[in-house]
Design a protein around this ligand. Structure first.
Ligand code: PL3
Ligand code: FE2
Ligand code: FE2
Length: 242
């Protein structure tokens, strides 16, 4: 275990992390955990790309805008692929595909039924809030190469969250019931994904409670923006714990 006195310890200069200890990015245990987490992020960015293109087929007059979001996701995917390469890690893509399979299946069913609200909730709210929380926590403990990339990515993810938010807000009166139902089905899946990744995340010095806290902030802020009141939001958030 490195200590602050150890010469190998890296200190980063952002204020909130100025005294934080960083993991040993070259250790086998770090690389092993990273092979799964890196794959999750690569797969998540790829699926986000596909999902925005797919939502564009349901709202053709928004297809151009959605294509721009999708292109950003491809750029994110390439960035995170480079992060893995930089550490000499081979991403475990089979693991990642399985990790996303439930959410992927639910998105595909919603898509085939033309349920735009459910598609936006899954991709633009739940997945983006999950990504934002993970990237915020990761930035504090990432290697310098990955930190730079992740800082660029997280700004884009807010644009994506906002995009979904704006659509849901504009359509709230017609979509509220579907939104609540879709949340009830899919928030527990996000919760279990977080549980599944927690052990590997800890190896990267990413704390589970911190991840949950960041997620709840992004998620609740976004529901507020959409126009839901505190009681609705509390009810919706409860789906994560019961
Ligand atoms: C949408 O733009 C992106 C979707 C990606 C979802 C990622 C979830 C990440 C969970 C694991 C936390 C690790 C973060 C570390 C980054 C290398
Ligand atoms: Fe992304
Ligand atoms: Fe995104």
């Amino acid at each position: 275990m490195q200590t602050l006195d150890s010469p190998a310890v890296g200190l980063i200069d952002s204020p909130e992390a100025s005294l934080a200890e960083l993991p040993d990015f070259t250790s086998e245990s770090y690389k092993d955990a990273y092979s799964r987490i890196n794959a999750i992020v690569i797969e998540g960015e790829q699926e986000a790309h596909d999902n925005y293109i797919a939502i564009g087929t349901l709202i053709p007059d928004r297809a151009e805008e959605l294509k721009k979001l999708a292109q950003m996701e491809m750029k994110h995917m390439r960035g995170f692929t480079a992060c893995g390469k930089n550490l000499g890690v081979q991403a475990d893509m089979d693991f990642a595909k399985n990790f996303f399979s439930k959410l992927h299946g639910n998105f595909q069913s919603a898509l085939s039924e033309g349920k735009i609200t459910t598609c936006f909730l899954i991709q633009a709210i739940l997945i983006e809030a999950f990504a934002i929380s993970a990237y915020h926590v990761y930035i504090r403990v990432a290697d310098p190469f990955a930190r730079k990339i992740t800082e660029g990515v997280v700004k884009d993810e807010y644009l994506h969250l906002n995009y979904g938010q704006e659509w849901l807000k504009a359509n709230l009166s017609e979509c509220k019931e579907e939104l609540i139902q879709a949340n009830k089905t899919n928030l527990p899946i996000i919760r279990s994904m977080l549980d599944q990744v927690a052990e590997d995340a800890q190896v990267l010095y990413m704390d589970k409670e911190e991840l949950m806290e960041e997620f709840m902030i992004a998620y609740q802020d976004s529901l507020t923006e959409i126009g839901l009141d505190n009681r609705d939001i509390a009810r919706m958030a409860l789906a994560a714990v019961i």
